[in-house]
Structures are given as structure tokens and as C-alpha cells.
Design a protein around this ligand. Sequence first.
Ligand code: NAI
Length: 405
Amino acid sequence: MTEPPCTIKLLVCGGGNGAHTLTGLASSRAKVEVNVMSLFADEAERWKKTLGDDYFTVHFTEKDGSITQIKSKPNLITNDPAKAIPGCNLIIFTVPAFAHGGYFEALAPYIEENAVVVGMPSQPGFQFQCVDLLGERGKKCAIVSFESLPWACRIMTFAREVKVLGAKDTLSAAIIMRKCTPQFEILPTIQYLLGPEPNLTQANNYLAINLLADANVHPPIMYGTWKDWNQEAMAEKPLFYQGLDEFCADMLSKVSYELMDTAKAIEKECPSFDMSDVIHLHDWYKLNYKDSISDDSTLLSCMKSNKAYNGLVHPMKETADGKFVPDFKYRYLAEDMPFGFIVFRGIAELAGVKTPAMDETIYWCQKIMEKEFLVDGKLVGKDMKITRAPQRYHFKSIQDLVNLQ
Ligand code: NAI
């Protein structure tokens, strides 16, 4: 990893687990100045006050299980776009997708030409919303979309310490350059900020990244796990990934095949658009978590034996008598439907691909969420306006999507 040729003025957008991790890692590198902008309530103020003049610590779990401590300090922590944004040449969103809109709106008046805007993760539809909201100043900004967050990570002490439970082995990003001419190479620079893991690779195009996103995992697992729930509270929180059953794994596999069919249909219509990055989820796990998985024989065994998932449980709410019931308002549905599944479904619809497994999942999820996206097999429900499906941004064909440059 070589130092970038110019000083990187990094803006981290967000204040949660991912933002803590990125801030801590990037601030420790030479030739990098980190501004943190959180627009959420008083989060920036709390982070700034709690950290004071102390060092911030990342506890990084290495592949052999040992922990490396990385100590550093960001340059600025603020909620003020006028202070945070000017001069920044790299802007990374590490915040759940429902908050992206607010950050794009804050960036629009201040973002500088040739800045690089990164979604880490981008979550599906990031590019459509970016082009829609960044306006004139954003036209010379590149858009980079990561398929996921580089790590599984959790805040240990807000504003002070974060733990990286595990880094992915590889992570793919798509770049839409638009008219941007940055002074640094984009992926090598982001690799420099993160450190050696995960190994960053460039995806062929942004549509492939949209169809690969993490969001394809959570709704089918929620559906499979809770569809027959008898409404009784449970003594313990069930494991989310490692508690998977055959039904969930089968559903995940079917959805994965539908996404691959969509990719093939796009490639058939636009042969210059290489969609070979869109692979089956089982292969994705073998590629991305190969050192963390002890049994990679099936999709089910990959998820159950992935030690990066140790201890990760279903989102649950505690009842008055200390038991647990599922939290259907958690981001696995609230975020992953409008900024994930519905975007996949929208792209599949434009590609003319049938999606029975996605539809079955969507019908159950939207009912639990008290939302309406899919009606009689069409994405015309009243809540489509809260999604980032291409239809919402007036994309009418696969050719329209391919033309987004
Ligand atoms: P997080 O749950 O820690 O994010 C919380 C942050 O979101 C808050 O600190 C605040 O900055 C912002 N926020 C919350 N409510 C808000 C509101 N009402 N308005 C505006 N902003 C609000 O998220 P995390 O863990 O950093 O993840 C970021 C993204 O990465 C998410 O999309 C997540 O699904 C994904 N991801 C996270 C992983 C992890 O291990 N943390 C692993 C893989 C993906």
C-alpha cells in the first residue's frame, strides 16, 4: 500500500459502527485528514465532547484471532456541512441507506469538482439518488459503490472505541467516473485508508454491484424465520445467520438465481455490459469469507460455520418479563426492503425477468411492515416513493440504466 500522491481530505458521513471504524483507521494513515460529519440529532456534538483530546481506538480482530489496537484522532467532528465539506476530495458514506438522502442534500451546495463520492456500502439505488440529489456541482464527481461494509464491526464505547469483529477477504466496488478527474487513483487510495484487508477489487459496473448487495440476504431470512411464528415471546434471541434453516437457505438460493437471471437478461440486451460479477450467494460466501468459513459445502453450511457471524442474533425487542419478540422495525426490513429488495425487483422488472421467490418474500415483508410496494405482481404500491427503485427515478428500460454514466 503506497501513500497517495496528494493529501487526502476525507469526509466520513455518519456516526455509527462503520463510521467509527473508518474514522479510526483512516485517521491513523499519513497524508490523510479526516472530517467526520454526522447530521443525526446531537451525535456529532456528543462524539466531539466525549472524545475530547483523547485518542480513538480501533480493536481490529486479525485473521488469526489476535487483536491489533489502532489509535488515532480525526481532524474535525461536526454537524455543519459548511465546515465539514469544503476542500474534501474523498467523501465516504458509512451510514444506513435511509439516511443517504439527507447527506446528499447537505453535500449539494458545497461539494467540489472532482470529489469522489463513495457508498460504503452503497446499498442498491445509491447511484440513482446521487445523480438526482447532487445537482450541478455533483456532475463532475465520481460515484463509487461498494457492495458491502468492509468489516463486521460494533461500537464498544461510543466516540471512543470500536471493535472490528472480522474483515472481509475481498470487497468489490463499481466506479462511475462521470466527468471527474481526481488527483489520486480511487481504489488504491481507499485501500490505503482501510489497510490490507479486505482486498478491494473493481466490479465491472454499478448494476452488478446493485444486484450483489448484502440486502439480498436479510429479508428472505426474516421471512423464513418468522413466517410461522406463533406470537410467543422467546427466552433467548435466535442466531441470525448461524441459526439458519433449510427453508431460509433454499429461499436465499432461489432469490440468488433470480438475481443471476436478471444479470443475464441485462447482458443479453446490452452485451457490452459485463454482468459476470453477479454470482450465486454460495459462491459469493466462498469468495468473500473463505478464511472465516469452516464448512463451505453448501450455502447453509457457509452461513452456519462463518465465524465472522459468531454471536450475531435476530433483531429482537425485550418484553416486560425479560423475554424477546422479533423487532420487525429493524433495518433488515425497514432499510433492506426500500433500499434493497425493491430495487432488485425494479431492475428485474425492467429486464423482464420473473421473480417468484422475491415476490413471495416481498408480499410477506410488506405486510409485516404495513407498507405497499408490490400489487398484483407490479411495483405500483403507494409506498414506492420511499424506495430507490429505478422506476422512481423515471428509468424506463435497461438501456436507460446502462446509459447512466
Ligand atoms: P449503524 O446502525 O451503526 O448506523 C447508525 C447511525 O446511523 C447513527 O449513528 C447515525 O449516524 C445514523 N442514523 C441513525 N438514525 C438516523 C436518523 N433517524 N437520521 C439520520 N441518521 C441516522 O450502521 P453501521 O453498522 O455503521 O452500518 C452502516 C451500513 O453498513 C448499514 O447499511 C449496514 O446495514 C451496513 N453493514 C453493517 C455491518 C456492521 O457490521 N456494522 C456489516 C455489513 C453491512
